[in-house]
Design a protein around this ligand. Structure first.
Ligand code: WT7
Length: 701
């Protein structure tokens, strides 16, 4: 009993139980510190709230402006903040043109095709300049696009994607990039919402060694948009191999055009960058909320670029002569800020990889890193877990050395963090666990890589100029060391914050500000904390541990348990490679967690024994309250094409609800076999009208 007590924390309905064990610190190496960008120990003072908002002048000063701003932060219409008001700039100029004077022959982008026998392609800053100009000319004169128009870009990881984005930025055209793995219908919804008349797409690309027919999605997208009342006039199709069409889907006459054909008329064309107001929108990025249709998150030109560049410099430690590789997809915000805009604004070399990390085997990322001498590596826990699962000993076989590594997108289990640190980082690299969101444009919480020790599983404190606060449901602050989890908010605006939800300013205010706004009439930014929608915990040292979306939390008999804590417990069992926890409706406790695990390859352990170990680990690390109703051993987890485990699908299976559309998953077949396993053993009655939290649990779209 005494033991159980020391392990559990008193909670009430408004608080989330937090059961994490404190981890030990790891320290950056002297070698890293000696070369780092951010070594000023006074930086937090410089970016303190008493210097706000002028502290962000130094981020704005990383850019070239046609006209310097007159007001660093205009707060006249909260929460519609205007950063660097009065300033004029062009984002494409800042990412391309301004580097020509001293590094036109330097690699801007290195494209690594998935097929290993295809050579990688180096695009110098000069070459990028040429391509961006020609593409901008084509979009303007053939596409009929001008400043303020929206264009939807549905493309895979090929260099034509960043070229197209930068060409839009050059013209002041607002791009809306839809992740290539999304379906045509999802793309169509976004076309209609943004009011794009032009869709830019590709014929195909490689995934797991196979050609994907991408063009067929364009037809579906245009049809879907039409259903929603939106007319697409032109579909511009980039070909994976210019001159050779690799899709089987016919081109629609008068509507569909091959970019490489059309571009012949624009050879050698140059387009003057259009000076844009700092607050003119640069792009939309659709993301999911708890309910309803995807939100078009609108980002600005000046504030966004300044923040992407400033954080890339300070937190990613990007220098112009680094070779930086972010394995994310440009179709997500990580790719926008930290493959394209941040790194290119700083004039560095940004590597982009077409395919899956484990193709043709789990040594691929390490071969790429070795060959290109990558020294900064950026990826997500899901990939780290996958690479560890399939090739735990592979990194040491390759001669690459990272100075810095990034993890982003979901909480990382300390055990996974340590593998990343020991095996991938070879105990030389600093790790930054960066917490942020589509809405925030850039990092919110992370350690400063040369200044702060690392703590596995914790994102760290707010980055310079970001002042996080954790509130309970009654807007009471839960200070560092209180050991209670609540809703993480940011006290102050920052340059990368979204401007609004496209076409829905009310939803913007409601979703992100209403909950904790102290006075809706106030013009004082102090009254408008930003609500992030994540549960989090402030440790005594001021480090923040993100527990996951507030809607990913399971309420068991009045205790809210972060699904990630349970999963972390599962992963302490050596045989377990991956784990996912979902809520199941229970007549007595409200909800109980159910666990899905995948075992490491070659583990021939008795399933019954592993299942018992998992239950014990959960009971020991969290408490009996978290005891799962079942531990299912699955061959694999259902995953999105971007590698996130689809807990929504597992929750549906566990609750015997319809699983919905799983065709966009990376491995749709696994769902059926899990369903058969679960249903044959539980014989649960079919649920048609599940409670909202179950219905929405783990929804990513
Ligand atoms: C949500 C935002 C940030 C770019 C990619 C995802 C979760 C993000 C972390 C992290 C724990 C994290 C949060 C957040 N998240 N980074 N380092 N540790 N959780 O962008 O799709 O907008 O998702 O991802 O729950 O709210 P996104």
């Amino acid at each position: 009993m005494a033991d159980a007590k020391s392990n559990s924390i008193e909670v009430n309905e408004a608080q989330i139980a937090a059961h994490w064990k404190e981890e030990e610190y790891y320290y950056p190496t002297a070698k890293f510190i000696s070369q780092a960008n951010l070594v000023d120990t006074e930086v937090m003072k410089r970016f303190g709230l008493d210097n706000f908002p002028e502290c962000f002048k130094e981020y704005g000063d990383l850019l070239d402006w046609y006209k310097y701003w007159h007001t660093t932060l205009d707060t006249s219409n909260p929460p519609f903040w205007k950063w660097y008001a009065g300033g004029l700039l062009n984002v494409s100029y800042n990412c391309v043109d301004r580097h020509l004077s001293n590094k036109k022959g330097k690699a801007a982008l290195i494209f690594v095709p998935e097929l290993e026998d295809e050579q990688h392609i180096v695009i110098t800053y000069q070459e990028l300049f040429v391509r961006v100009n020609e593409t901008a000319a084509m979009l303007r004169d053939f596409g009929g696009l001008k400043k303020g128009d929206r264009v939807t870009i549905h493309m895979p990881m090929v260099p034509d994607l960043p070229v197209t984005m930068l060409a839009c930025a050059r013209l002041g055209v607002i791009h809306s990039v839809v992740f290539g793995g999304f379906s045509g219908a999802a793309c169509g919804d976004r076309i209609a919402d943004s009011g794009s008349r032009v869709l830019i797409t590709s014929d195909g690309y490689f995934r797991n060694g196979k050609i994907q027919n991408h063009k067929e999605k364009a037809d579906v997208a245009v049809a879907r948009a039409k259903e929603l009342g939106a007319q697409v006039d032109k579909v511009l199709v980039w070909r994976r191999y210019p001159g050779k069409y690799i899709s089987e889907t016919p081109m629609v006459k008068g509507r569909d055009f091959f970019v490489d054909d059309v571009m012949k008329d624009f050879n050698g064309k140059r387009v003057e960058p259009v000076p844009m107001l700092s607050e003119d929108p640069l792009f939309l990025m659709y993301t999911s909320g708890t309910t309803g249709k995807p939100k078009g998150i609108q980002h600005s030109s000046g504030g966004y670029l300044a923040y992407a560049a400033g954080t890339a410099r300070n937190i990613l430690d990007i220098h112009p002569d680094d070779v930086y590789w972010c394995m994310a997809d440009i179709g997500w915000i990580t790719g926008h800020s930290y493959i394209v805009y941040g790194p290119l604004a700083l004039g560095t070399t940004s590597v982009m990889y077409e395919g899956v990390p484990t193709y043709p085997d789990a040594g691929r990322p390490w071969r790429i890193a070795e060959r290109l001498d990558v020294n900064i590596f950026h990826t997500a826990p899901t990939s780290i877990r996958q690479l560890r699962k399939v090739g735990p000993d592979l990194p040491k076989k390759y001669n690459f050395h990272f100075k810095l590594m990034v993890t982003v997108g979901e909480p990382i289990e300390p055990d996974v963090w340590r593998w990343y640190y020991d095996e991938v980082g070879k105990r030389e690299a600093s790790i930054v666990d960066t917490w942020w969101q589509t809405e925030t444009g850039g990092f919110l919480c992370s350690t400063k890589p040369a200044l702060d020790p690392m703590k596995p599983g914790s994102a760290g404190p707010g980055v310079p100029g970001i002042h996080p606060v954790i509130y309970d449901e009654d807007a009471k602050e839960l200070p560092p060391g209180s050991n209670k989890a609540g809703n993480i908010c940011i006290r102050n605006p920052w340059p990368g914050i979204m401007q609004t939800i496209w076409g829905d300013p009310d939803r913007f205010v409601k979703t992100y500000y209403s909950k904790y706004c102290r006075n809706p009439k106030s013009k004082d930014w102090r009254d408008w904390p930003y609500f992030a929608g994540d549960g989090a915990l402030f440790a005594a040292d001021g480090y923040i541990r993100i527990l996951g979306r507030v809607d990913d939390v399971i309420n068991v008999a009045g205790h809210r348990l972060g699904t990630k804590e349970l999963e972390s417990a599962c992963l302490t069992i050596p045989e377990v490679a991956e784990a996912a926890v979902v809520p199941v409706v229970d007549p007595v406790k409200g909800r109980v967690p159910e666990v899905y695990i995948a075992l490491k390859p070659g583990v021939s352990a008795d399933h019954g024994e592993v299942q018992r170990k998992v239950v014990n680990a959960i009971e020991n690390m969290i408490g009996k309250i978290a005891r799962p109703s079942h531990v299912w051993v699955a061959d694999d987890m259902p995953k999105t094409r971007s590698g996130k485990i689809m807990r929504r699908v597992l929750a549906a299976v566990s609750n015997n609800m319809p699983v919905g559309d799983v065709t966009t998953l990376a491995n749709p077949d696994i769902v059926e076999s899990i369903k058969v396993m679960v249903q044959s053993q539980t014989k649960r009655a079919e649920v048609t009208d599940a409670p909202d939290d179950i219905k929405h649990f783990g929804k990513v779209e």
